[in-house]
Structure formats: structure tokens, C-alpha cells
Design a protein around this ligand. Structure first.
Ligand code: PLP
Length: 396
């Protein structure tokens, strides 16, 4: 796999283990960007010339690739955003805000990334609604026994992450979606950490909303996806207004464009969307199951070896985990761990990982986090373990 990633090829000394933050980009994705800017560059949906038509076809082709990749029924259900964060905000502003009243509630979990936490917290505070939190146990698994009590007739949204970017926990979303729908509560799945490595089918899952970011699935930054069921999108008002999202504008008022363009105001990230389409094709070619199996092996090996180190605590020991491994070391601050590892050309993340409420739950300020992708190797895991042993020596 490594040969497909120019940055990895160029830096053979580097063990890039910060994939939950962002993944490296394969040559085909970089080529798609270069091709767009050197061969196709034009604005879409408006320019009546050849280039405009070709750029539009490429952009809409990318939408079709996304639709197919996540198993959506219609391209009307795929809204391009600039990332998972913007997609959650869109749902909060366009779907939940008009429906949320004082005394209502929104349910999320304690392991949400701030992107799926703060929009709900702010909205609830503004409306006098309650933000209810599904707790996690010591292993980092959601305590779903609480869910039945948390969801009631005043719940206007349940928004849950599929895979925790901090703990690596894979949540049983199918079961959670069923529970929400038993009470006719809409549900949003934050799939930012799962789309790259787990085949998702939104129709089979039956979720109402699903969000993810391109840059975590080997695609460019600045592009993301909101999937929403067509009948839901039909009844949502846009929260950003401008060009491309209208059918007609007069002095008296505006008629909005059809789906999904109504939710894509202004010139979108065209090249990035095309790059996302390429990345998904690339992922399909490699096979998500194969990637998942590979990453699982890396996780198992890293967990076994790191667990042997005295004073090292793995934060997140769920039975079902993806390739994300958070840990703390006695006497060493996570930032010191990451800085020392960087001297051995090992790139990991340190800090709260945009999950501060979760950090508080575990009584820590942050963790060091290694996260794996398709191009990582067992040898890199061994280097990680050796380097962490080196850190232990420095601080003992
Ligand atoms: N949700 C999860 C689980 C994430 O890991 C992240 C990013 O780390 C986000 C949402 C936000 O993604 P973005 O910053 O690309 O919008």
C-alpha cells in the first residue's frame, strides 16, 4: 500500500500514526486535484461553456460515487459540506433548531467529538432545552442500559458517534438506531472515524442522518458529506443562503433550488469533491474488509506490547475497537510523549482530541494517541513500542 502514498514514500523514516486526525493522500487523489486544475477548472452548475459542463459532470459524478459508497438510495440525499463539523451544524440549525422548544431535549454521548457536542450544547442552552448524555463505563463502552430512560417523547434528536476518535470504541449503532426509531426519534450518526475502514450502508442502518469528512478517508481537506433521508431534507429549511441554492429571486422573495443544491450555497469545494470521489474508488479497490483486518492486527499487536509497559494505561478497552489506541504514562505528560516520539520520527497525537468531557469522565487532561491506517506496518508498531519504552526511561 505504501507505494500509493507519495508522502510516505518520500519519508521512509516516518511512522505516521496520526491517522485519526487526518490520513495521507494516495497519488490518485493528488492526480485528481492536479487534473481538475490543469484540465477542467471552471465553476459548476452555471457556466454554459464546455469546461463548465465538464466540471459539473465531474462534481456530480463524485456525488454519485459517494451515494453508491454509503448505499444511499438517491443522489438528492447527498449534501456536500466542508466536513463532518459543518454537516452536524447544518442538521442542528436546519432540522433541530426549528423543532426544539424549552423543555425538549437532545441526547448525545459523553464520547462525542466536540463537533457533535458543542452544536447541540449551544442550541439547547439557547432554547432552554436539556442536553442529555449517555455515559461510558471504565472500558469505554456506552452504557446503553440508560438509553431507554434518556429517550422520551420530548427528545428531538439522538446524535451518536460510530467510532470514538479517542477511545477507538465501535458503538453498536444498529441497535441504537433501532431504539431511537422505536420512539420515533431522529438519529444522526457521526461516521467520521468509520467510513474509511468499515463498509456502511445507510439504507440497511436506517439512520436519518450520517456525517463524515473527506480528509479522514484518504481524500482532501475541505470536503465532507451529510447524508439525510430525502423526506427529511425536503422538510428542512436551509441555514446558509446565496448563489446556486436558489431557483429564482425577486424583490418579493426567493424560491429555493431542489435537493441537494438547496443546502450547498455558494461555490462548493469542487476539486475536493472530485478528490473525495477518487479516494472512495481507491478504497473500494483496496477493499475495506482487508484494510479493517490489517488495522485490527496492528491494534492487537500494539495493545499487547504496550500493555506490558509499567505505568502505561490504555484509555479505552472496549471489546469492539478500531485502530485507535489512546494511552497515558505515569510521570510523562502526553505532549512530552508525542514530542519525544517525534524525535524518533514517529508522529502521534497528544491532548484531549476534541473530547474534553470524555477526558473529564476519565479524570485525565489528555492522552497520547496512536491511530492506524492501511499503510502502517507491524515494524512501525514495534518502533512505537520501543520509543515509548525510551520515554519511560527518560521519566523514571
Ligand atoms: N467526529 C469525529 C469522531 C472526529 O474524529 C472528527 C475529527 O477528528 C470530527 C467529527 C470532526 O471532523 P472535521 O474536523 O473534519 O469536521
Amino acid at each position: 500500500m505504501r507505494k500509493h502514498f507519495p508522502l510516505i514514500q518520500k519519508h521512509p523514516e516516518l511512522a505516521y500514526l496520526d491517522n485519526a486526525a487526518t490520513t495521507q493522500k494516495p497519488q490518485v487523489v493528488i492526480d485528481a486535484l492536479v487534473h481538475y486544475y490543469t484540465q477542467l477548472n471552471a465553476n459548476i452548475h452555471r457556466s454554459p461553456h464546455r469546461l463548465g459542463a465538464e466540471a459539473t459532470a465531474a462534481y456530480e459524478g463524485a456525488r454519485e460515487l459517494v451515494r453508491d459508497f454509503i448505499g444511499a438510495a438517491k443522489m438528492e440525499e447527498i449534501v456536500f459540506t466542508k466536513g463532518a463539523t459543518e454537516a452536524v451544524n447544518l442538521v442542528a440549525q436546519s432540522f433541530v433548531r426549528p423543532r426544539l422548544q424549552a423543555g425538549d431535549n437532545v441526547v448525545i454521548s459523553i464520547m462525542e467529538h466536540h463537533a457533535n457536542f458543542v452544536p447541540w450544547q449551544v442550541l439547547c442552552a439557547e432554547k432552554g432545552a436539556e442536553l442529555r448524555i449517555i455515559p461510558v463505563d471504565e472500558a469505554g463502552e456506552l452504557d446503553l442500559s440508560q438509553l431507554d430512560n434518556l429517550l422520551d417523547e420530548r427528545t428531538k434528536m439522538l446524535a451518536v458517534v460510530h467510532i470514538s476518535n479517542t477511545l477507538g470504541t465501535i458503538n453498536p449503532i444498529k441497535n441504537i438506531i433501532q431504539k431511537a426509531h422505536e420512539k420515533e426519534i431522529p438519529i444522526l450518526i457521526d461516521a467520521a472515524q468509520s467510513v474509511a475502514h468499515y463498509a456502511l450502508d445507510v439504507q440497511e442502518l436506517d439512520c436519518d442522518f450520517l456525517v463524515f469528512s473527506g480528509h479522514k478517508v484518504y481524500a482532501p481537506t475541505g470536503i465532507g458529506v451529510l447524508y439525510a433521508k430525502e423526506n427529511i431534507l425536503e422538510n428542512m429549511k436551509p441555514y446558509q443562503y446565496g448563489g446556486d441554492m436558489i431557483l429564482s429571486v425577486t424583490l418579493e422573495g426567493t424560491t429555493f433550488n431542489r435537493l441537494p443544491y438547496r443546502f450547498e450555497a455558494g461555490t462548493p469545494p469542487i476539486a475536493e469533491a472530485i478528490g473525495l470521489g477518487k479516494a472512495l474508488e481507491f478504497l473500494r479497490g483496496v477493499g475495506q474488509e482487508a484494510i479493517q483486518a490489517h488495522i485490527h492486527q496492528l491494534l492487537v499487536h500494539a495493545t499487547a506490547e504496550l500493555s506490558k509497559i509499567e505505568g502505561l494505561r490504555i484509555v479505552g478497552q472496549a471489546a469492539e475497537k478500531s485502530g485507535i489506541l489512546s494511552f497515558t504514562l505515569d510521570h510523562a505528560h502526553p505532549h512530552d510523549i508525542a514530542t519525544l516520539l517525534d524525535q524518533s520520527h514517529i508522529a502521534i497525537r497528544a491532548g484531549h482530541h476534541c473530547t474534553q468531557p470524555l477526558m473529564e469522565r476519565f479524570g485525565i487532561s489528555g492522552t497520547a494517541r496512536a491511530s492506524f491506517a492501511m499503510y502502517n506496518t507491524m515494524e512501525e508498531v514495534d518502533r512505537l513500542v520501543d520509543a515509548v519504552l525510551g520515554v519511560v526511561k527518560v521519566f523514571s
